[in-house]
Each structure stands twice: as structure tokens, then as C-alpha cells.
Design a protein around this ligand. Structure first.
Ligand code: X8Z
Ligand code: ZN
Length: 615
């Protein structure tokens, strides 16, 4: 995998030359050997196929970078073209890998062969026209999202524009207008999304899977059904915490807006939670803050006060990793990354991290604002870069996360160390607040992290239902809102139009990025954080622990990351945490002072966790 945009599972790799060369080599080889393949045949196949994918990665990688930084008709067409070739190569290799299915093989050969079968996020059938159509649809959905505009108040607004209204406005009508406006952008995506689903499912079936979802789930070193049960188990561990937060936030919103806008029973209308998708609720802190809530610092205000800009925020994230013993980002990172939204062209603003040469040409692409939220996000993105560089000595097929949830958890784990002590050390905070501020600090964190959990879970619950055919296009939107209510306790603020396709208003649906990784990352980052704090000998509450400057923790973290995807993920988890299971109890432990203290004492009489119950 030469190129990898970490928001995508697969290492995108393609080139026409290497496709035909590889096919030719594979065909010649097939003719040369008897019909019964040998271990040596498998080894040769894996080596050649891995090299072909690796080499061809450069072309699509560079084209995708240019397209994401300069979206035009032509850059979209170039990416569609290269993506088509990559998909055809991936499908051909996966098909050929099947030949070795029954063979007893060395561990690495088997692991790599299996990875060919699972590598494509969206496989195409072995049909040139459909492969082309799939790549064109992908490019079209992607650019529809990234260039979407909302006509509001006589102006044409970007997602950033309507998102900042949702984040800061408190007028329910204006919030509703921004919320509905952005969903007009996704309505026209529905037909293309349905067609994409049909083609990719056909591709998955040709590779021996029931559907695309059944092909996504075995990416976690376990059977598809076992993985479904695993995420439900993890959700069961953290659900009581979410229910308590939901109950509290709903009561506060109801007090603030009045019962006519928010009832203190049932689901919360989705436009009032400070985020376009109601996935993180930190922007309504001022409404839901606990007593003494102003004793916690406001990170946005601290950054503004101290003259931070996008580069300075990125430098702070880089410095954090350096303090733990990692090399600083290379010069090219600072020269080639995109840090702020350019005024004169269309770019894909959704934040991402890239590795263009599978060595150290690592970059981020963000439309950063000076906010606490983006400060955390830039740690998230640079965390991806740190992981990419840590595993760059691995074979190309192993240059990936232990699983995709690990990749999403690295930078987030570091951001959990942005504590008052740390902020004081780097000169952002004058005095460290006393323990009296803990409830407030934890509430801010819960609004970001705990609120996210059911959203992280339901997005792919929906997609799995769509891929399996349980939900058909006519029910796309209703099924989406059913899951939103069931897991998040969030409802559409008004009737949805017949043509609505609200899932498409969330980046990862038109961009085809699997989403369960973020749910897993929100479990894993707390597991990593707790393990790191234990390694550091920390004995206080977890939300006050920072591993800033701790080189021993850095070395151990690096040892896990260096493994890349070379071993099943429980091995990587064990290397850092000493345990082989994902476990939600670290989330629960982190928030225990909030849940067991203040949140449990307030608002008795409110119905906790009964979102659908309107009584
Ligand atoms: O997509 C992202 C990252 C890029 S991998 C910015 N995240 C999810 C989202 O924005 O929905 C991070 C948190 C969840
Ligand atoms: Zn990410």
C-alpha cells in the first residue's frame, strides 16, 4: 500500500501498466504450473500481487490528493478513471487468490491472500462496464458532498457555514433552516447510492460473500456474525452511561427551549445538539453545563487568547508526539499539507491524513478553524500520520492499522492527555483548576465522547441493513431515522420530504468510508489512555492524567504501531495494554466520577434511556 488516505479502508493503488503486467505474470504463471497449486505458487503470487498493488498506488494517490485539493470536472474524471483501474486490479487479484483457498500455507502467505479478498471497500463484478459505472458514481457522490451549497438568508453557504450556525445559534427556527438546508444537498444522491449498492453487492457475491456488509465485517480477524455480536456487547457496556447523559441533556434542553420545542420525554430533535449530525454535543455545553460549569476552561477561548492559528495548532499536536519520543513531522508535511480552506477553489474539507509514498511523505488536509474541536481533530489527523510512519518498514500489505478502529484511536488517545496540567505546561492556561472543576471538565468531555458512541454504532448498522437487502431504497430514510431514535434517542425535527436521503448528508456515506471504526476507536482510545496512565504510574482520576513528555509510554505505543497489520489485532492490543479484548469498561471508569456523582443526583423523575417512550 503505497498511498493511503486513512479515511478509507483500502490502500488505494492502481496503474494501468501494473494491472496488465500483473495479469500477464499471473496468467503465464498459471499456465506454467499444474492445476493443483503449490505453496510456492502461492508465495510467488502474493509477492507479485503485493508489488503490483504497491507500485500502482502512487498514481491514484497523487491524483486523489490533487482532486481533493482542487475539485473540478477534470480532476473528478481523472480519479474515476484511476479508481476504475484500481478496482479492476483488486477484483482480479481477489479472484485469483481464491485458487489457494484449500491450501495449507505459512501464516504470512495466508494472511496476505485473505487481505486481497477483503481489501476493496466496494468491489465491482468482473464486468468492465459496471466497474466503470461504479467508479464514476463514487466520484460523483464524493464531489456532490464536498461542493454542496445551501441557499440561506440570501447567501450561498458551504457545509462549514451552516455547521457554524448549528454550533452557535440558539434560535430554533434558524437552526431548523440550516439543518434542512444541508439535507437538500443529499436528496439527489439517493438514486446513485442505490445503484452503487447494487453493483458493489454483485461484486461481493462474485468474491464469495453474501453482500458488501458481510465482506466488511471479517476485516476484524473474526467471522462476520461474531463481529456483529462484539459491537453489541461493547455498546451494552457503555449504554447506561449514554442514557444518563442523554437524559440530562434532554432535561436541560427542555428547560432552555421550553417543552414546545423539546419534550423532556422521548427523543431529542436533531437540530438542537450543536452538530449537523447530532454526533458530538460539545457546542451546547453552555446549555447543559452542570452547576459550577464555568469553572472548567474553554479550550477555544484559550487558543484564541494565545494567538493560535491552524499551523500553530498543528505544531502543538506535532510537539506532543515529539515529547513522547517520536520524530517531528518532516519539512514536506509543513510544505504540502492543507491547513485552512482556500478562498478560491473547491476542496474536500472533511479532515483526512495521507501518506503519498508509503515512507514519509505524510500530510493532512483540513479546513481548520481556531476551536477546541479542531484542536482535537488535528491531533486525530497527525495521529494517523504517526501510525503510517511507524509501520512503514512493514511489507506493503501490512502497512495498515491493526484494525481500522486502531487507526482512528491513536490521535484521539493523545488528545485525551490535553488536561489542565498539560495546558499549563505549554502556556495555554495560567492556573490549573482545582478538583471542583472536575464535573465540568468531565461534562465537556462526555458531550464529545459519550454522545458519539451510539452514532458511531448506528451508521454502519444502517449500511449493513442496506447491503443485506433488509432495507430497500424506498425505506432508506425511514430505516435511518428508526436507528437514530433507537440508539441515539434523536429524532428528525420535522417530517422528512418523500425524496429525502438524510444518510447522504453525512460524509462517510457518499464517500463510502466504513464507520464502525469510529465506534471502536471511541472504546479503544480510553483503553489505550488507561493503559498508558498505568504505565506512567498515574494514580489520580483518569481525566487528569496526561502522558505528555513520557518517552517510555511513547516507546511502548510505537512498538504496537510498528506492527501495523502484520498480526491479528489482539496481538497488537496486548502489546500495549496487556489485554486481548476490546473493553468498554475504560470508558465507564473514565466517566465514573461524573456518572456516579453529579449526573445520578440530578433530575430524578426523568425517564432515563426510554427514547421511544412518549409517556
Ligand atoms: O471522519 C473523521 C475524521 C477523519 S478519519 C475527521 N471522524 C469521524 C467524523 O467526523 O464523523 C473523526 C470522528 C468521527
Ligand atoms: Zn480518522
Amino acid at each position: 500500500m503505497v498511498f493511503k488516505k486513512t479515511v478509507s479502508t483500502l490502500a488505494i493503488a492502481t496503474s494501468l501498466i501494473s494491472l496488465s503486467a500483473c495479469e500477464e505474470q499471473a496468467n503465464n504463471h498459471q499456465e506454467a504450473v499444474a492445476s493443483e497449486p503449490t505453496v510456492q505458487d502461492a508465495e510467488i503470487f502474493v509477492k507479485e500481487a503485493e508489488a503490483a498493488l504497491h507500485e500502482s498506488g502512487l498514481a491514484l494517490g497523487r491524483a486523489s490528493w490533487i482532486q481533493a485539493n482542487f475539485i473540478t470536472h477534470d480532476t473528478n474524471a481523472l480519479v474515476a478513471d484511476l479508481d476504475e483501474k484500481y478496482t479492476a486490479l483488486g477484483v482480479a487479484l481477489a479472484g485469483k487468490a481464491k485458487r489457494f483457498d484449500g491450501l495449507d500455507l505459512p501464516f504470512d502467505v495466508r494472511r496476505k491472500l485473505d487481505s486481497f479478498k477483503l481489501a476493496l471497500t466496494l468491489p465491482a463484478p468482473a464486468n468492465a462496464e459496471k466497474t466503470r459505472e461504479l467508479s464514476q458514481i463514487k466520484a460523483s457522490l464524493d464531489s456532490t458532498y464536498s461542493t454542496g451549497k445551501v441557499d440561506m438568508e440570501g447567501k450561498s453557504k458551504t457545509l462549514g457555514g451552516v455547521s457554524s450556525i448549528i454550533a452557535s445559534d440558539r434560535n430554533p427556527e434558524r437552526l431548523l433552516e440550516a439543518w434542512n438546508g444541508w439535507r437538500k444537498v443529499s436528496a439527489p444522491m439517493k438514486e446513485e447510492f442505490a445503484r452503487l449498492t447494487a453493483i458493489a453487492n454483485e461484486g461481493a457475491r462474485e468474491l464469495g460473500y453474501a453482500d458488501v456488509g458481510t465482506m466488511w465485517r471479517p476485516n476484524y480477524d473474526m467471522e462476520a456474525d461474531a463481529f456483529g455480536a462484539e459491537v453489541d456487547r461493547l455498546w451494552g457496556q457503555v449504554k447506561p452511561l449514554y442514557d444518563a447523559l442523554h437524559c440530562h441533556a434532554r432535561a436541560k434542553l427542555s428547560d432552555y427551549y421550553g417543552d414546545r420545542v423539546v419534550s423532556d420525554k422521548g427523543a431529542i430533535p436533531a437540530h438542537l445538539l450543536g452538530n449537523m449530525w447530532a454526533q458530538q454535543w460539545g457546542n451546547i455545553y453552555s446549555i447543559v453545563k452542570p452547576e459550577g460549569g464555568d469553572s472548567a476552561y474553554d479550550l477555544t477561548a484559550l487558543l484564541e487568547k494565545n494567538g493560535y492559528n491552524a499551523r500553530k495548532m498543528s505544531k502543538a499536536a506535532d510537539d506532543f508526539f515529539v515529547s513522547m519520543g517520536f520524530d517531528a513531522m518532516p519539512e514536506t508535511f509543513w510544505d504540502r499539507s492543507l491547513f485552512t480552506k482556500p478562498a478560491d477553489r473547491e476542496v474536500a474539507c472533511h479532515a483526512s491524513a495521507w501518506n503519498l509514498d508509503s515512507k514519509d511523505d505524510i500530510r493532512i488536509k483540513m479546513c481548520m478553524n481556531v476551536t477546541g474541536e479542531d484542536f482535537v481533530t488535528v491531533h486525530h489527523e497527525i495521529g494517523h500520520n504517526i501510525y503510517q510512519r511507524a509501520y512503514n518498514k512493514q511489507d506493503s500489505l501490512y502497512q495498515n492499522g491493526a484494525h481500522d478502529g486502531f487507526h482512528e484511536a491513536i490521535g484521539d488517545m493523545i488528545a485525551l492527555s490535553i488536561t489542565p496540567d498539560y495546558l499549563q505546561q505549554v502556556g495555554l492556561l495560567d492556573t490549573v483548576p482545582t478538583a471542583e472543576a472536575d464535573t465540568a471538565i468531565l461534562m465537556r468531555q462526555a458531550l464529545e465522547k459519550v454522545a458519539f458512541l451510539p452514532f458511531g454504532l448506528m451508521v454502519d448498522k444502517w449500511r449493513w441493513q442496506v447491503f443485506s437487502g433488509e432495507v430497500t431504497p424506498k425505506d432508506y430514510n425511514d430505516a435511518w431515522w428508526k436507528l437514530r431514535e433507537e440508539y441515539q434517542g434523536v429524532k428528525a425535527p420535522n417530517d422528512r420530504p418523500d425524496n429525502a436521503f438524510d444518510p447522504g448528508a453525512k460524509y462517510h456515506i457518499p464517500a463510502n468510508v466504513p464507520y464502525m471504526r469510529y465506534f471502536l476507536a471511541h472504546i479503544l482510545q480510553f483503553q489505550f489512555h488507561k493503559a498508558a496512565c498505568e504505565q506512567a504510574g498515574w494514580e489520580g482520576p483518569l481525566h487528569r492524567c496526561s502522558v505528555y513528555g513520557n518517552k517510555e509510554v511513547g516507546a511502548k505505543f510505537n512498538a504496537m504501531m510498528e506492527m501495523g497489520a502484520s498480526k491479528p489485532w489482539p496481538d497488537a492490543l496486548e502489546a500495549f495494554t496487556g489485554t486481548r479484548q476490546m473493553d468498554g469498561s475504560s470508558v465507564v471508569a473514565y466517566f465514573a466520577p461524573l456518572k456516579n456523582g453529579w449526573m445520578n443526583r440530578t433530575k430524578t423523575g426523568h425517564v432515563v434511556g426510554k427514547f421511544l417512550d412518549q409517556i
